[in-house]
Design a protein around this ligand. Structure first.
Ligand SMILES: *Cc1c(COP(=O)(O)O)cnc(C)c1O
Length: 392
């Protein structure tokens, strides 16, 4: 049994920025303008480790560093291994590129028919609308383009992307991502969503965003107003650790669901951050408490300079196995590997089938007990019925 949670344990408030007035603190543009980005910004508030000092060097032509004041407050400053800190403060190991790592680990570039559109699956596309984020995750799968530290020069035309979607009638699902789409202005987001809603074959639109986590202030009335106009809109957020579940994030999620927007969560399995069952169960319980459905748990992509954050596939499977039967079914995400070189997402599941033969399937439940279920039940029933009819 896992201990129960209480909202009293969730972080919230201005923390280190107690002197800033409320109006500024809750203004998302103030949060962006006051992000910590340079080594000197961090040194004032954290005792940087040698590895982190080297990390700032390594980040220069790899992926920008930026952390909003809201998210910085969630860091435990006394712990150099704080799981929140390790997601956003660079380490020297970022400059180590192992032989299996790639700049484009899931092969997006080769399935880009026009700049900004990744068309990997027949019925749905990934539509990259910006290369900017509120804060930068050190294991970013799109490090090659996000923040432009590697000089990718991302500047696709939104109209060209929309035109591609309009012309391809097989596309029923559009996933807006980047970068983070919710960093665009209300007007720009509204314009993209309205254009999509005018395309008859587009049934379903998602926004992939970490803004509610990094910058919950962005989820203000005018954004909510604009999003609420679109009945086919879902949102995927990205939370990895229960410590990211602030009361402000919860508030933002409850406001979004109140507008009728369902929310899913995508986590990345990260070494020493969330790759243990206790941490994962606390995270997924907190997600349910804010009406967020855990959707995917990703094995960390083979992006260059991320091996220090990568956990093992076996750990991911063990976590899923350990959760099954022990908690709410809704709480359990699907563990997936986004296959290298463009294979797409492949689900991995722990095995609960002990044996499968011609007459029965022997199931192993969450407590390790064995149960038999007849194989080919329908066939048995039909042939028995026929036999009975023959003998009447
Ligand atoms: C993840 C992804 C999608 C969406 O996949 P779902 O399994 O529907 O969530 C679509 N296109 C690309 C290229 C993706 O990487």
């Amino acid at each position: 049994m896992f201990p129960q949670d209480s909202l009293r344990n969730w972080k919230s408030g201005k923390g280190l920025w107690a002197k800033v007035d409320d109006a500024q603190w809750s203004d998302w543009r103030w949060q962006l303008q006051n992000r910590l980005s340079r080594k000197t910004d961090f040194e004032k508030l954290l005792q940087l480790t040698d590895s982190e000092v080297a990390g700032f060097e390594a980040s220069v032509d790899k992926l920008s560093v930026s952390v909003t004041p809201h998210f910085f407050n969630l860091i435990d400053r006394s712990d150099p291994n704080c799981p929140i800190r390790r997601q956003v403060v660079p380490q020297g190991a970022e400059s180590i590129v192992s032989t299996e790592e790639m700049a484009d680990p899931v092969g997006e570039e080769k399935t880009m028919p026009v700049p900004g559109i990744v068309h990997r699956y027949p019925d749905r596309v990934l539509f990259l609308v910006t290369d900017r984020c509120a804060s930068y995750c050190r294991y970013c799968t799109r490090s090659r383009m996000v923040s432009n530290a590697q000089g990718y020069g991302f500047s696709p035309s939104i109209d060209v992307g929309l035109d591609y979607i309009k012309k391809n009638k097989s596309i029923r699902d559009v996933l807006l991502s980047g970068g983070d789409p919710l960093l665009l202005s209300d007007e720009k987001i509204g314009r993209i969503l309205s254009s999509l809603s005018k395309i008859e074959h587009v049934e379903f639109v998602r926004i992939g965003t970490r803004v509610p986590v990094f910058l919950p202030q962005r989820v203000n009335d005018s954004l909510l107003d604009s999003l609420s106009q679109h009945p086919n809109l879902w949102i995927s957020i990205h939370v990895n650790h229960p410590g990211e579940c602030s009361l402000e994030l919860r508030d933002a999620c409850l406001k979004l669901t109140k507008q009728g927007i369902p929310i899913g969560n995508q986590s990345v399995l990260l070494r020493g951050i969330n790759d243990n069952i206790g941490c994962m169960q606390q995270l997924i319980h907190r997600l349910l408490m804010m009406k967020v459905r855990p959707y995917y748990l990703y094995q960390c992509d083979l992006v260059e300079g991320s091996s220090h954050l990568r956990s093992s596939v076996q750990k991911g499977l063990d976590i899923i196995k350990g959760l099954r039967g022990k908690t709410t079914g809704y709480a359990i995400p699907q563990f997936v590997i986004d296959a290298p070189k463009g294979g797409g997402k492949v689900p991995l599941n722990p095995d609960f089938v002990h044996e499968w033969n011609d007459s029965e399937i022997i199931l192993k439940n969450f407590e390790g007990e064995l149960f038999s279920y007849p194989n080919n039940t329908n066939l048995l029933v039909v042939s028995e019925l026929e036999h009975k009819l023959d003998t009447v």
